[in-house]
Design a protein around this ligand. Structure first.
Ligand code: UFG
Length: 324
């Protein structure tokens, strides 16, 4: 299949690109490399361009004529979105709409959107199903939800179908060691703890120990990035085979607390490091766990890395031998 992947040099995008290439799809990556890495796109053809370059995208779509677009390119920092909301609404939402218009005008009929558990805000109950009312608590979550809404409206008004995947906490790295997570600055829990284990950081802070969770720390559904990537490939096949537009959660349905993740990292790495208790981080819900039964049933998604130890082992392997 001919697939355009925006943000294909980023963390999740690069793992999708790798799997698409392995199965022989024709992949074109468009990435401005602001957070992505040239090496992460592998052997895919890479166009360095910004999502705001509407004429450039229109030209790309006209010449490449993809059968599907997978759209990752976006800013992802919740905290930053609170400080600078318009940056998120401009890039994730407004530029996302412009991309959608370009897709409509060039006849793209299949679209996969990288959405987020952030659209749920603080869910009333976990595991959270897709039918739970969206109620973001930060601009990042809204910036994704607005694009979901535009997709829903487009799909009812045009010959256009989409799958939006609401990721829970992406983690881990491809076992090949060739690609992995590399954000600058890093703000995600698992890579930060691994940097503490490797000695690159002094230690780790636990943000909040007074949540209404079993050990007082936040609980998240960590899902291996290759299982997430596989969900995209299955979503592509689903749309190609005529599947109707859908929104799916993407997680394992099992949560781990921050303390449990710290303990698992100590066990996997055999390293000790300092852990300090700090105040809550603004905007963190106590518990986010996915009900992903729809994804498993409709797309026949069968996770292969559903194990915290495996997630940490692959991330540790990457951390010790990073290529970028
Ligand atoms: N945490 C710490 N110490 C740290 C970093 C994180 O205790 O140094 C805690 C956080 O407070 C949170 C948990 O570890 O409880 C996970 O934090 P991450 O930053 O790794 O991930 P988030 O759950 O905040 O973010 C993820 C995705 C976002 C998405 C969000 C939805 O990375 O893209 O879920 O809520 F928006």
């Amino acid at each position: 299949m001919k697939v355009l992947v925006t943000g294909g040099a980023g963390y999740i995008g690069s793992h999708v690109v790798r799997q698409l290439l392995l199965r022989g799809d024709d992949v074109l990556v468009a990435d401005n490399l602001s957070n992505g890495h040239r090496e992460a796109a592998g052997t895919a053809c890479l166009e360095v361009m910004d999502l705001s370059d509407n004429a450039g995208f229109r030209n790309l779509l006209k010449t490449f004529q993809p059968e599907a677009v997978i759209h990752f390119a976006a800013f992802i920092e919740v905290g930053e979105s609170m400080q600078n909301p318009l940056k998120y609404y401009q890039n994730n939402t407004a530029n996302g709409f412009t991309l959608l218009a370009a897709c409509r005008d060039s006849g793209v009929k299949n679209f996969i959107f990288s959405s987020s558990a952030a659209v749920y805000g603080t869910p009333k109950a976990v595991p959270v199903p897709e039918t739970a009312p969206p109620a973001p608590i930060n601009p990042y979550g809204f910036s994704k939800l607005f694009v979901e809404q535009a997709l829903r409206d487009m799909a009812t008004s045009a010959d256009f179908r989409y799958v939006a995947l609401r990721y829970f906490n992406a983690a881990g790295a491809d076992p090949s060691g060739e690609i992995g997570e590399s954000h600058n600055p890093e703000s995600h829990l698992i890579p930060l703890i691994l940097k503490a284990a490797s000695g690159e950081r002094e230690g780790i802070k636990i943000f909040g120990t007074d949540y209404s969770t079993p050990d007082g720390t936040c609980v998240r559904d960590y899902v291996h990035v290759n299982d997430l990537a596989d969900a995209h490939l299955k979503a592509l096949d689903y749309l190609r085979d005529g599947g109707e537009s859908r929104v799916f959660n993407c997680g394992y349905g099992r949560g781990y607390s921050v303390r449990e993740v710290v303990a698992a990292v100590r066990q996997v790495t055999g390293k000790d490091f300092s852990v300090t208790e700090a105040p809550r981080r603004a905007g963190d819900p106590a518990e986010l766990v996915a009900d992903s039964r729809e994804l498993a049933e409709t797309l026949k998604w069968k996770p292969q890395f559903d194990n915290l130890r495996t997630i940490i082992e692959t991330a540790w392997n990457w951390e010790l031998n990073r290529r970028y």
